[in-house]
Design a protein around this ligand. Structure first.
Ligand SMILES: [Cu+2]
Length: 354
C-alpha cells in the first residue's frame, strides 16, 4: 500500500512540481505555437467566409466612372520581402546589410516601374474622363498633377545625406535640391502665366500632364553616386600635376623611426598623415587639429587591423577645434587609427608598433 502511494506521488510530482526553468524555456515555443494556431484559424475563417455558392463566373471589378484603380499587383509583397531582407541584413550586419539594402532597393524599383507603367497607361488612355471639365468651383484654380513635390522631397533627402556626410555629398545634395526647386519654380511661373491669361480669356487650362522626369532623375542619380564615391575615397578627384585643383594634400607617411608624439590635421574629411610608428608598450599622444568647418566632427580611435574592433576610443573634436589625445601603450603589431564618424580610407591610417 505504502509503495503504491509512493509511486502515485512520484508520478504526480512530475506534474505538480514541474521544472520551472525548463517550462520558462518552453514559453517562446508555446507562444510561437499559439501564434501559428491564430494564423491558421484566421486563414480558415477567411477561406470559408462569404457565400458558399458563388455566381457561375467571377465578376471582374469595375471602378466607378472617373476613377482609376490600379490592377492587381505583386509589388507590395515583393517589397515586403525586400524590407525583410533589409531587416535580416541589419541583424547579421556587414555584407548582409548591403545585400539586404540592395534587394530592398531593387524591389522598390520594381514597384516604381509598375507605378510608372500605370501612370503612362492612365495618361495615354483615350477614354480617361476629362477631369478638368466639371472643374473646381468658379474662382478656384487647381494646379494639375506634378512630379515636383516628389522631386523636391528627393532633393531634400539628398541635401540631408549631404549634411550628414559633408564634403562632396553635401555639394551634390545642394545641386540636386536647387535643380528640383528651380524646376518647381518654372512650373509655378507657367501656372501663374496661365492664370493671368485666364483673367483675359475667361478660360483656364491646366498645364499639360507632366512627363516622367527621366533626365532629371538620371542626372541627379549620377551626380549623387559620383559624389558618394569621391567622398568614400573610391575615386579620388584628379589633381593636375603641379597645379592645385583644390584636392586634399597627399598624406605624409611618418612611418619609420618610432616616436611618441604626433600631430595630425583633419581637413576635407581626410587625415594629413596616414601612417605612424610607435614604440611597443609605450604611451603616445596625438595632437589632433580639426580644420574642417564647425559641425564636422572627427576623432582618432585606435582599432585592430580589421578596422572594426575598437581598442581605444576618443572623444570627437568639432571643426575648428583641436585636442591632444593620450593613448595607452600597444603590444608589437599593426593597428589602425581611424575616425569613427567617417571610417573612409581618407580617415584611416596605420599604426606600426615595434
Ligand atoms: Cu571624421
Amino acid at each position: 500500500m505504502e509503495a503504491l502511494y509512493q509511486s502515485i506521488l512520484d508520478l504526480l510530482s512530475k506534474v505538480v512540481i514541474p521544472d520551472w526553468g525548463q517550462l520558462i524555456g518552453l514559453m517562446p515555443l508555446g507562444l510561437a505555437g499559439l501564434a501559428a494556431l491564430w494564423f491558421a484559424w484566421t486563414f480558415r475563417r477567411f477561406a470559408t467566409a462569404g457565400p458558399t455558392r458563388r455566381a457561375p463566373a467571377r465578376v471582374a471589378p469595375v471602378a466607378p466612372p472617373g476613377l482609376h484603380m490600379p490592377g492587381g499587383s505583386a509589388a507590395p509583397l515583393v517589397a515586403a520581402l525586400g524590407a525583410a531582407s533589409l531587416f535580416g541584413g541589419m541583424v547579421i550586419g556587414g555584407t548582409a546589410l548591403l545585400v539586404g539594402a540592395t534587394i530592398l532597393a531593387l524591389t522598390l524599383l520594381y514597384w516604381g516601374r509598375e507605378a510608372i507603367r500605370d501612370y503612362d497607361h492612365a495618361t495615354h488612355a483615350k477614354t480617361l474622363p476629362a477631369v478638368v471639365h466639371p472643374g473646381p468651383p468658379p474662382g478656384v484654380h487647381m494646379p494639375g498633377p506634378s512630379f515636383r513635390p516628389i522631386l523636391g522631397a528627393m532633393g531634400t533627402a539628398a541635401l540631408m545625406a549631404g549634411l550628414v556626410f559633408g564634403g562632396w555629398v553635401l555639394a551634390a545634395g545642394v545641386i540636386i535640391l536647387v535643380a528640383t526647386l528651380v524646376g518647381w519654380l518654372v512650373d509655378a511661373r507657367a501656372e501663374y502665366a496661365r492664370t493671368e491669361e485666364a483673367d483675359r480669356t475667361g478660360h483656364l487650362e491646366s498645364l499639360p500632364a507632366p512627363r516622367w522626369p527621366k533626365g532629371l532623375l538620371q542626372g541627379a542619380a549620377v551626380i549623387f553616386v559620383l559624389a558618394a564615391l569621391v567622398q568614400a575615397g573610391v575615386i579620388p578627384p584628379q589633381v593636375s600635376p603641379g597645379g592645385d585643383a583644390g584636392g586634399s594634400p597627399a598624406p605624409t607617411d611618418r612611418g619609420g623611426e618610432p616616436a611618441t608624439a604626433f600631430t595630425i590635421v583633419a581637413k576635407d574629411i581626410a587625415f594629413d598623415i596616414r601612417a605612424i610608428t610607435v614604440p611597443a608598450d609605450t604611451p603616445f599622444t596625438i595632437t589632433f587639429d580639426n580644420q574642417d568647418p564647425a559641425g564636422v566632427v572627427h576623432d582618432v580611435d585606435v582599432r585592430e587591423g580589421d578596422k572594426t574592433t575598437v581598442l581605444q576610443d576618443q572623444q570627437v573634436v568639432n571643426g575648428g577645434a583641436s585636442a591632444t589625445y593620450s593613448y595607452d601603450g600597444l603590444p608589437v603589431g599593426s593597428y589602425v587609427f581611424i575616425c569613427s564618424i567617417h571610417p573612409v580610407p581618407n580617415m584611416t591610417g596605420t599604426i606600426t608598433v615595434k
